[in-house]
Ligand binder design. Structure first.
Ligand code: FPP
Length: 249
């Protein structure tokens, strides 16, 4: 991917030693992007994939360790059947096409959500993509699919209760609880990006974003470029993170 002069200027302002380790993104505004152009909504989703490619590649090149993208929520099943079908086929297309690129960039794919409820063909393609990128040791790119923050907490509580029935001899604290989440083993996101100006969490990573810095832009997701990503990281690096303490003074 080419970096133009303006992008290079932004890039130069990033302190590579203080990158967010985990960036999570709520990709919003595909529909509005299409509407503005009098195009069908799916054209917005298709354009959204271009933005996905840009951000994945830029994060991997910078050295971000974890990137988690909200691709399909548990609530998205309420959309018209045709849109869901097209979203699923776009996802399958992405998974198939992208494996060589992910391997070239040493990116390992991950997935979170109630995955078993996805249509069988999607599941199959996902399994192939997960398997084919399993040995990559670079960035972990995680797609949140059929994901809901509350469902995740419920699923974690159920698994924990099950475990407790077998052997209740363990402490239930924040660290133990995190082990039952889909994101087991992941660091919490340091930076949460949301596009298209909405100031909502939309049921995304409710537990994990407890201390994340939130960065919202009016840019619609299909228009989001690596320049926007660099801006978000630069702003993140200017903020003082105190985790409820008083900071270093
Ligand atoms: C929100 O836009 C976006 C989604 C519900 C899906 C995100 C999907 C993609 C970017 C494409 C597929 C992704 C991958 C990883 C293959 P919206 O439709 O809610 O937009 P609106 O709020 O303007 O209507």
């Amino acid at each position: 991917m080419k970096t133009d002069l303006a992008e290079a200027r932004y890039l130069a302002q990033i302190d590579l030693d203080r990158l967010p380790r985990h960036i999570a993104v709520i990709m919003d505004g595909n529909g509005r992007w299409a509407k503005k152009r009098l195009l069908p909504r799916i054209a917005g989703h298709r354009a959204g994939i271009r933005a996905v490619r840009q951000v994945v590649e830029a994060c991997a090149r910078l050295g971000v360790a974890y990137l988690t993208l909200y691709a399909f929520s548990v609530e998205n099943w309420k959309r018209p059947h045709t849109e869901i079908k097209l979203l699923m086929s776009l996802l399958r297309e992405y998974l198939k096409k992208e494996i060589p690129e992910l391997n070239k960039q040493n990116i390992r794919l991950g997935v979170i959500g109630r995955i078993h409820e996805l249509p069988k063909p999607v599941l199959r393609d996902l399994e192939v993509a997960l398997e084919k990128t399993r040995r990559n040791s670079g960035m972990r790119l995680t797609l949140a699919l059929n994901y809901g923050g509350r469902s995740e907490l419920i699923d974690a509580a159920r698994k924990l209760a099950e475990q407790w029935k077998h052997n209740g001899n363990f402490a239930i604290d924040e660290d133990t609880f995190s082990e039952y989440l889909y994101t087991r083993g992941y660091p919490d996101p340091d930076l949460l990006i949301r596009t298209s100006g909405e100031l909502r969490l939309s049921n995304f990573l409710l537990w994990q974003v407890a201390y994340a810095e939130i960065w919202v832009t009016d840019t619609l997701w299909p228009d989001f470029t690596q320049k926007n990503l660099f801006q978000a990281i630069i702003d993140f690096q200017k903020r003082e993170r105190r985790y409820g303490g008083l900071g270093l003074g």
